[in-house]
Design a protein around this ligand. Structure first.
Ligand code: SF4
Length: 253
């Protein structure tokens, strides 16, 4: 794992910009550096891929908000193209549509970093910041990128609810909690869509969800009503973060 510098001495906004620049410059994972470069290479370039971001994608949104959304990794033709999480692909259409309907956004879609979208109360990032081949980062890559997720999460002092999209995001967040001494074993917590966890030594609530991927939506593993139920749960938790202490199932959406 490469050196990841600290942010001591910066203002909140300055620290946010600096962290985003540091993440975007990261080249710790050789396989992912090589893969993301293919989106820029002349031999692989198609007419519409000339302007791909093709770098690590930092988080985006309201850093003081109570909701943190964590996905797996940038979509090859979404965030890896636009440079903003879940922007420009089908998973993003589902996510940003739901965020708008539930009061976290000023518009129902996210198409481009310059589209003027403003998020309110939510910050969005990925467990792994670089696009992986076949959408599957390996164990070393997941471990290497955990430092960036930790640095992002540390900066989000207002987080009450963490929505983890997919098992990898769920386990990445649990690894952060283990590193902080909040939980003892990641394996104690079972990934199940709609299951909600509270922790004795931390006020943040973890909500597990299937990833909003095109595959999951097309196969019916995840449906629009399930997404609606998920965000209704999130908003209930944000309205009353002290309810249902301990491990519990709040909604089977
Ligand atoms: S996956 Fe994370 S740690 Fe690896 S190169 Fe990308 S930003 Fe760096």
């Amino acid at each position: 794992m490469g050196f990841k510098p600290g942010l001591d001495g910066c203002s909140q906004a300055g620290a946010e910009r600096l962290l985003s620049r540091q993440i975007a410059a990261c080249d710790s994972c050789e396989r992912l550096v090589d893969f993301r470069a293919t989106f820029k290479s002349p031999e692989n370039r198609r007419a519409h891929v000339d302007d791909y971001w093709a770098k690590p994608v930092p988080g985006f949104g309201d850093a003081s908000g109570p909701l943190l959304v964590i996905g797996l990794a940038p979509g090859a033709h979404g965030a890896n193209r636009t440079g903003r999480p879940f922007t420009g692909d089908s998973a993003g259409n589902v996510l940003y549509g739901a965020l708008y309907r539930h009061g976290f956004s000023d518009r129902p879609e996210s198409t481009h970093p310059d589209d003027g979208l403003e998020l309110k109360g939510v910050y969005i990032t990925n467990a792994v910041k670089c696009v992986p081949p076949a959408n599957r980062p390996n164990g070393g890559e997941k471990r290497a990128c955990l430092d960036w997720l930790r640095m992002e999460a540390e900066r989000l002092r207002g987080t009450h609810v963490v929505l983890a999209m997919g098992r990898d995001a769920f386990e990445a967040y649990l690894r952060l909690l283990k590193a902080e001494g909040i939980i003892e074993r990641v394996g104690r917590y079972r990934f199940m869509h709609g299951r909600t966890y509270r922790f004795d030594r931390d006020s943040r609530i973890l909500v597990a969800s299937y990833h909003f991927s095109r595959y999951n939506m097309n196969t019916g593993r995840l449906t629009e009503p399930m997404v609606e139920g998920l965000f209704e749960t999130v908003n209930r938790l944000l309205a009353d973060p002290d309810r249902n202490r301990g491990i519990s199932v709040l909604s089977r959406t």
